[in-house]
Design a protein around this ligand. Structure first.
Ligand code: PMP
Length: 283
């Protein structure tokens, strides 16, 4: 297998040479933030929105910017192009760089910035017929709105999901659903879609936001309101949104079958509206 080209600190290099120091604060503390944007029809999807969120995450952790956003967007597109991607994703991470190990920030920060691309089936995602989620308590910190690379809680949640034969974790606090391990969650009851309102408890998903925008095209009334695991079990439909899954039906919550056990009409219209917009933006 040929090694792909990655980008790190201003240079395109083979993935074999795309390395960071053991003193990098992302290695020592998870002190960094990241973004993942989809590639559709060979073009970045909503890169502008992802980069606005990256800048916000950086501001929230007082991480100085190292490259103009326009350059980062060009790098992400170039990696997709060099990788020959028609459908896939580009990952971009910014860390507080390498320094002697000390919890507080170093006086001089030189951020480490790197990115890579990976192919992934999106329009004909094999999971589009429906996935299982596994319910776990949300044991994360109080700033889940920051897209931080410190993700041990999500690693454990998604590993528990995998061991339970599920695709994604459904995280909850005292029975109230927060979000998926790496996605936002929705339920549908009597034709109305519900998703948790934005707060520090969840990531402001770009896909969630786009779904709110295309809900009219999909003829789906949406209410931003938190729901419980029990309400999800009793829902007619449930679905996942994320930049690299788009809209996927949840057809079971652990051993409980949701609705008919197949993709429901509201999820189907939302996925179609999302795909139609993605086509419009990238063709
Ligand atoms: N929540 C979490 C915890 C995530 O990691 C992700 C994926 N990055 C999402 C939600 C979905 O966000 P987006 O639609 O921007 O991919």
């Amino acid at each position: 297998m040929s090694l792909r080209t990655c980008w790190i600190n201003g240079s395109y290099v083979s993935e074999a040479d795309a390395t960071v120091s053991i003193f990098d604060r992302s290695v020592l503390f998870g002190d960094g933030v990241y973004e993942v944007a989809a590639v559709f029809n060979g073009r970045l999807l909503d890169a502008d929105r992802h980069l606005v969120r990256l800048e916000r995450s950086m501001r929230e952790i007082a991480l100085p910017s190292a490259y103009p956003v326009a350059q980062l967007e060009a790098v992400m597109q170039e990696l997709a192009t060099r990788g020959g991607l028609t459908e896939g994703l580009v990952y971009l991470q910014v860390t507080r760089g390498a320094a002697e190990r000390d919890f507080a920030f170093p006086e001089q920060v030189t951020p480490t910035v790197f990115a890579f691309a990976r192919p992934k089936r999106l329009s004909d995602d094999p999971n589009a017929s429906g996935v299982r989620v596994h319910v776990v308590p949300d044991i994360r910190w109080q700033r889940c709105d920051i897209k931080s690379t410190a993700m041990l809680a999500q690693v454990l949640a998604k590993q528990a999901a995998r061991q339970a034969g599920a695709f994604e974790a459904m995280m909850h606090e005292d029975g109230l659903v927060t979000e998926g391990g790496s996605s936002n969650l929705w339920i549908v009851r009597d034709g109305v879609a519900y998703t948790r309102p934005l707060s520090n408890d969840i990531l402001a998903g770009i896909t969630r936001h786009v779904c709110l925008e295309v809900a009219d095209d999909a003829a789906v009334p949406v209410v931003q309101r938190a729901f419980t695991v029990d309400q999800a079990r009793a829902a007619d439909e449930c679905f996942i949104t994320s930049a690299t899954s788009f809209v996927l039906p949840i057809t079971s919550i652990d051993s409980h079958v949701v609705g008919t056990g197949a993709m429901g009409p509201v999820t189907s219209r939302m996925r179609a509206a999302y795909l139609a917009r993605a086509e419009r933006l990238t063709r």
